[in-house]
Each structure stands twice: as C-alpha cells, then as structure tokens.
Design a protein around this ligand. Structure first.
Ligand SMILES: NC(=O)C1=CN([C@@H]2O[C@H](COP(=O)(O)OP(=O)(O)OC[C@H]3O[C@@H](n4cnc5c(N)ncnc54)[C@H](O)[C@@H]3O)[C@@H](O)[C@H]2O)[C@@H](O)CC1
Ligand SMILES: Nc1ncnc2c1ncn2[C@@H]1O[C@H](COP(=O)(O)OP(=O)(O)O)[C@@H](O)[C@H]1O
Ligand SMILES: [K+]
Length: 548
C-alpha cells in the first residue's frame, strides 16, 4: 500500500526502500505455479508430441521416483501392495513395482483391470516387462475375495490419476480402493489419491486417503488447498523430465493461475528494511484498531498488540468499553479511545482523530459481532483513503459489507478484507465459498468493482487482489494450532501494521500469515500448547524469526 506524503529526509529513505520492495517483489520470486489438470495434460502431451520426449521415459522416471519414496518408507519385512489401475497412473505403479522388486523388497501387484483391453499402451508395455520378473501378481477378484494379507502393508495407490473424469464411479476401482483401505496400511498415492479431482479442493474424502502423495512437474490445487489437501497427506513434487518449453507454453495458455507461496522466499521480505536508524514513530506509522463488543475487548486488544509487535510505530485502540476498564488490562504503550455511539461508529470523531493524529492504517472489526457502519461511513473512509489511509476490515465489519460497498468504491491497493468462508458468505458477495479457480476469478471481478482485495482465510488462505489480475497466491502451510479463536485477530493486526508499508496487499496478507505461522511453529518447538495470545505477544522480529 502506498505510503502517504512525507517530508523529512529519513522518511524519504523509508519511502524509497518501501517502493523498492513494491517494485521488486514478483510472484515468481516468492512462489511457484500450481498446475491445473488441463495444464498438466498439456505439458505431458506437448513434451511427448512436440518435444519428442518418449512417454515411456516420463513414466520410467515417474515410477522410479515413487519407488525411491516407497523404499525410504518401507519397514524391514513389510509387504508392499501395489494397486495398478488401467491407465498411465497404473503404468507408473508397475514401474515402481519393478524397481522395488529389483531392490529386494517384497511386492504384491493387484492388476485392477476389468479387462486387459482397457489398458493404455504404455501401461501394457510395463505389464509385459513385469511378466519377465518373478513378481507376484493377482487379480482384483482374488484381492477382493479375501486373499490373506498381512495387516498394515505399505500401499502404492496407482489406480487412477489425473485421467479421471467426473466423480469416481461405483465399480471395480472404487471397491478395490475401499478394500485396500481396510488393510490399515501406510498409503503412498501416485499423482493423486485415486478418485480425486486435482482441480477441486472441496470434494468428498477419497476411498483411500494418502499419507504421502508423489506428484510430477508441479502440485495441483487439490494437493495444496484444504480440505482436499488433507486427503493427500504430505505431497512431494518431482521433476520427471518434462520439456521446459512445454511447461512455458502450457502456462502461457492458462487464463488464471493459482500460485503456491514458498515460506522461505516470503521470509526474506523484511517490511521494515530501509527504515532509518533515527526513524521516529510516524515513519513507521500510526495504527488505529477499532473493535470489540459487549462480549469483550480481547480480540481488538490482541490485534493491537500484534500490530505493535509487527512493527507499527504507534497503536491506538478503540472499543465500546470505558477507556479506564480497557487501560487497566492493556500494555502500557497502547493509547485508548472510545469512538462508539451505541453499536455504531462515531465516524466524524474517527475522521478527526485520523487526520490530527496521522493514523496511516485503520483496522475495524475484531471482536465485533455486527456491522458498525451506518450510511455514509464508508464514503468517509474512502475520502480518508484518498489522503493516504489504508484500511483493513475483519470479522464484524464484514457483515453485509457487499451491499454497503457497492456505491462507494474504495481503493483496492488500500483496502484489505480478511473474511473466512462464513464471513465471505455473510458479506453477501457470493452465495457459496469458492470451490474452483473459476470461482476465484469471479471473486476477483467483484473485488475490481468494489475496489478491495480479499484475503480468503482458511488453513490455506488465498489472496484475491485487483493488483494481481488472474493470479491467486496461496499460503498452504497449515498448522492446526492456528485453528483457535483469536488467530484471525493476530493476523488482522499484523496485516494492518504491514499496511503502513508500501508492500502490495497480495504480499501483505500472505506475509502476515507466514509470520504468524513461523512464530507459532517456533513456540511449539518449546513443547507448549500454543494459544493465539502467545503468538501475539511473541511475534519475532522480522529478521530473526525468518532466518530458519
Ligand atoms: N506420459 C504420460 O502420459 C505420463 C502420465 N503419467 C501418469 O499418468 C496418469 C494419467 O494417466 P491416464 O491419462 O492414462 O489416466 P489415469 O490412469 O489417471 O486414469 C484412466 C482411467 O480412469 C478411468 N476413469 C475415468 N473417469 C473415471 C471415473 N469417473 N470413475 C472411474 N473410472 C474413471 C478411465 O476409464 C481410464 O481407464 C497421471 O496421473 C500420471 O500418474 C506419468 O506417467 C507421467 C507421464
Ligand atoms: N489449521 C490451520 N492452519 C493454518 N492456519 C490456520 C488454521 N486454522 C486457522 N488458520 C488461520 O487462522 C486464522 C483464523 O481466522 P478466523 O477464523 O477469523 O479466527 P478468529 O476470528 O476466531 O480469530 C486465519 O488466518 C487462518 O488462515
Ligand atoms: K493414484
């Protein structure tokens, strides 16, 4: 978000550093594209037909990678049960079986075919190469009718991959997968847990969820976005020798693109780099947090402390409670206001405070249960934005915001909304939570019209911003210790501190999530069960906490 006009020499230095930040951070510096299934198929097709890479050598490489992963996970004496379906996913499984057998592991292949005629040519070739080795192979009928097997084998799921169309049909493939799930083994799935749609992240659990998924070229949406990602387990991505030109060609054709952000790369961004050693509080910037309700003021307090720990120069807190009550519970450096008239905001008083006290970033919503806005309030905020104010709206401030925003148009580079799925729906912008990339494209259209960026919060939050047309970065490092009431307040506070800098909102929001996630992880290393309050009072300095 652009910093507003500054006069001193050192503040110009900050602005220069921040503008550099803004100009130099590009998506490929901090993330990798997530391929759609169509892109993956295009890469495959073009590598083979245009760039003359033999399909069998891609399969050989894929199967070998799977074998290496399986060998590393196999316990001494453990049986490896390989489920090999009819397509090239099954072909990969057969290559893996060959390697594992040759390396001395005990392998049992289940040929999950209705008919040998169903096989793809490459799968059939791999089958023939297995015939010459002494690998035990059984029919799906034998497998299903109670073939005695040791419990807890290592299972390789090569029944179906990205060739699936629609939902998994009832029949042989599904029943074999269900049977395999009864073995209670460790499951390594090839490319995708069989039956899953690589592009969709909100579907049902597949019959045989994976502990590890081995995929090729790049991850797909289902590997990275929750809830689908939970069924993939740990996803490992391998290069299997696709042509780089084929990859570039395929991605160039892609209309919209999900990106997987790399925490280590985000970690190198220090939002305060370049801040002069003699900087004063206004060079960092003044944050005002407005929130709370009759239920309390813990949420805005945590957001305010998080904003201070994330680098704000001065943080003021406004709640509907008597200032003395809040002050008695507050860290000393926070200053306190009461900008409420009943359930609503005294927008004139806020506006005066923002102008007089040079507030540069305003967070409204933590701990609020209903919308605090009345007609005209958003117009006032839009006017303050044009004077340099950045706005972050969370929780209660999001309720029915869609309707309220329509006549207003805020500045997208200065407005960040942070809804979780329920809040997104309550905003009234969309009847359902986004389930596909096309849904995000639609949401971006809405963001363009309203002049806002949306950080769609979940265990794998995605940013949708008019500043980044057709590209949707996702931070997919989940940690269930963050699934606790209050994490959203910490996140909103960090976002608001970062809104003081000139980082674009598509960087601010994931960087805030990354900072919260790293801090949580570090605190967990001390062996404690972590609560959001711990995170807010222990946020690391940007340089130190991100050096891991
Ligand atoms: N050269 C290549 O083509 C490469 C392909 N690779 C592997 O090949 C896989 C893709 O192979 P294929 O395109 O042969 O497809 P799959 O092996 O994923 O699946 C094909 C089978 O799925 C069945 N099917 C489709 N929709 C279904 C539904 N709704 N319910 C039940 N069955 C359904 C089809 O009848 C067909 O028999 C990738 O996932 C990857 O594992 C890798 O070997 C890398 C190279
Ligand atoms: N399992 C998880 N892994 C990673 N991040 C999570 C997880 N669960 C929640 N979060 C993050 O924690 C925050 C929770 O926000 P929210 O649902 O608004 O919580 P609250 O308002 O109760 O504080 C979001 O930033 C979300 O991205
Ligand atoms: K599979």
């Amino acid at each position: 978000m652009k910093s507003h006009k500054k006069s001193s020499k050192s503040s110009r230095r900050l602005e220069a550093a921040s503008i550099n930040n803004r100009d130099s951070i590009e998506l490929p510096h901090v993330g990798k594209p997530i391929w759609s299934v169509a892109s993956a198929k295009n890469v495959d097709r073009a590598s083979i037909s245009e760039f003359k890479i033999p399909s069998l050598s891609l399969m050989e490489c894929a199967g070998r990678k799977v074998a290496v992963v399986a060998a590393a996970r196999c316990r001494p004496g453990q049986l490896i049960v390989v489920l090999a379906g009819p397509g090239n996913n099954g072909g990969d499984a057969l290559v893996a079986s060959r390697y594992l057998h040759l390396w001395g592991y005990s392998v049992l292949v289940i040929d999950i075919l209705n008919d040998f005629k169903d096989q793809t040519p490459d799968r059939s070739t791999q089958g023939q190469s297995l015939d010459e080795l002494n690998i035990r192979r059984v029919s799906p009928h034998d497998f299903q009718s109670g073939l005695p097997l040791p419990s807890k084998p290592l299972i390789l799921d090569g029944v179906l991959g990205i060739g699936i169309r629609g939902s998994l049909r009832e029949g042989l493939y599904k029943s074999c997968l269900q049977k395999a799930s009864q073995l209670n083994g460790t499951v390594i799935s090839i490319d995708l847990p069989s039956g899953m749609d690589g592009d969709c992240w909100s579907g049902e659990a597949p019959p045989l969820p994976a502990d590890i998924t081995v995929t090729f070229g790049a991850s797909k949406a289902a590997h990275r976005i929750y809830p689908a990602a939970r069924y993939c387990g740990e996803t490992l991505v391998f290069d299997i020798g696709f042509s780089k030109e084929a990859v570039d060609q395929s991605l160039a054709k892609t209309k919209h693109q999900l990106w997987e952000l790399a925490p280590e790369a985000l970690a190198r961004i220090n939002p305060w780099r370049g801040l002069a050693i003699d900087a004063h509080k206004f060079e960092r910037g003044h944050v005002l947090v407005i929130g709370g309700s009759s239920l309390g003021f813990g949420a805005p307090m945590m957001a305010a402390v998080s904003a201070a720990r994330a680098g704000a120069g001065w943080v003021s807190l406004a709640t509907p409670h008597p200032v003395e009550t809040v002050m008695a519970r507050s860290p000393l450096a926070l200053t306190h206001q009461n900008f409420f008239k009943g359930d609503h905001l005294d927008i004139a008083a806020i506006s005066k405070f923002v102008e007089q006290r040079r507030v540069k970033a305003l967070l409204i919503g933590p701990g609020m249960v209903t919308s605090p806005f009345q007609s005209g309030d958003l117009e006032t905020l839009a006017r303050l934005q044009r004077q340099g104010l950045s706005l972050v709206l969370d929780a209660g401030a999001l309720h029915q915001l869609g309707e309220r925003l329509k006549p207003t148009r805020l500045l997208p580079e200065k407005t960040l909304l942070t809804p979780h799925p329920g809040e997104l729906i309550k905003m009234g912008l969309t009847p359902d939570a986004p389930k596909t990339l096309a849904d995000f494209e639609q949401l971006q259209e809405t963001c363009n019209n309203l002049g806002v960026s949306i950080f769609y919060k979940s265990a794998s939050p995605v940013i949708v911003s008019p500043e980044l047309p057709h590209h949707f970065p996702c931070y997919s490092q989940a940690n269930n210790s963050l699934g606790k009431a209050g994490s959203g307040d910490v996140l909103a506070g960090i976002c608001t501190a970062l809104a003081l800098t000139s980082l674009p909102s598509w960087v601010i929001a994931p960087l805030a999530q990354c900072h919260m996630h790293y801090t949580c992880q570090k605190l967990q290393d001390t062996g404690k069960e972590i609560i959001p309050e711990d995170i807010c009072s222990n946020l690391g300095t940007w340089d130190i906490s991100f050096r891991s």
